[in-house]
Design a protein around this ligand. Structure first.
Ligand SMILES: [Zn+2]
Length: 339
């Protein structure tokens, strides 16, 4: 059984190719983080090597070995950062040595299965040299070898590499699908499943990690707390926060990105409430507070501030001076209209 949730189009295409034994030599699975790319890649590796009549069965020795990362013919290549420092991760790339080792291994016959499968996780992190080296392999496919490239950021991949792969797109799921999956497969109680489904924006993998790691929800609560403080803080405090965020940004871009995304969700919820669509807000557990807050701001103010957050995110992506960008954002926070 295919373990990936949703993604019916990609799964049925792969099933069809498996039945007709018309597989591509390389696949590119493109889609946002946590939409099931690795799950689907491992499922395909299982299907190719499964010993049962209805592959992937998930139960035979081969399927189990692949699921636990112990199959000799299925390898995952990805970022190998030195230590856990976020700085190392920011700089990391998949280097040419990793691709050369992979090519060497691809040249040997399968050891215990029928197919050799190489999964390149985070293909957008391939260095230029590594991508060129990989390209040669993709241009001269070998028999029982399949490459699966995973990327959340396809536009960073060379067009030449993309053109050698069969491309499968994975999309975020509907919130209801995430909710049902959390409830049925991970036995999450309904209220929490509903909240996580909304917070995940359809990326089931994120919701599952929030089930396993309660720290993620705790962190969100702290970030919302900070957001609420800053809204009513004076300029001095807001600028101090801008500096604090700018310093975080230099160490961990993703973290600041996540905070701004949370701000966006919050202000979008205010618009939804103004528009009478409070049943589809993201932060359901703060509904009462959001409803109250929506009264303090006009629609124009909310829209303008959403634009400011989006502009700040864009400028940060374009490497503008983070302190300047964040200070402007702090200045743009609208004033409450009491009564
Ligand atoms: Zn199996």
């Amino acid at each position: 059984m295919w373990q990936v949730v949703g993604q019916a189009k990609a799964v049925s295409l792969l099933q069809h190719s498996l039945k007709r034994e018309a597989l591509a030599h390389a696949y590119l699975l493109a889609g946002p983080s946590h939409t099931g790319k690795m799950t689907l890649a491992l499922n395909l590796a299982q299907a190719l090597n499964c010993e049962a009549d209805e592959p992937p069965c998930g139960e035979c020795t081969s399927c189990q070995k692949i699921a636990s990362g112990k199959h000799a013919d299925v390898q995952v290549i990805g970022l190998t950062s030195n230590g856990n420092s976020t700085e190392a991760k920011n700089r990391a790339e998949i280097g040419i040595d990793q691709i050369r080792q992979m090519q060497h291994s691809a040249g040997l016959p399968p050891f215990e299965g029928r197919y050799k499968v190489f999964i390149i996780d985070g293909a957008e992190f391939l260095s230029n040299e590594a991508a060129n080296c990989l390209l040669k392999t993709l241009e001269e496919p070998e028999g029982k070898v399949i490459f699966i490239l995973l990327t959340a950021n396809e536009r960073l991949l060379p067009a030449t590499v993309i053109s050698r792969c069969q491309r499968l797109e994975l999309s975020p799921l509907a919130a209801a699908e995430v909710e049902v999956a959390l409830n049925r497969r991970w036995s999450v109680e309904p209220e929490k499943a509903s909240l996580l489904a909304r917070l995940s924006h359809g990326c089931l993998g994120w919701a599952v990690s929030a089930v396993l790691d309660t720290g993620l929800l705790q962190q969100r609560a702290e970030r919302i707390d900070r957001l609420l403080n800053i809204l009513d803080a004076d300029y001095e405090e807001r600028f101090a926060y801008a500096i604090q965020l700018a310093t975080r940004f230099s160490q961990s871009r993703w973290e600041v990105q996540e905070i701004l995304d949370l701000w966006l969700d919050w202000w979008r919820d205010l618009i939804l409430i103004k528009a009478g669509c409070s049943d589809i807000i993201t932060n359901v557990d703060f509904k009462a507070m959001l409803v109250e807050m929506a009264r303090d701001y006009s629609l124009t103010q909310i829209r303008a501030f959403i634009n400011s957050i989006q502009a700040a995110e864009k400028q940060l992506r374009q490497n503008a001076n983070p302190r300047l960008v964040l200070e402007v954002l702090m200045l743009d926070i609208p004033r409450r209209n009491y009564g």
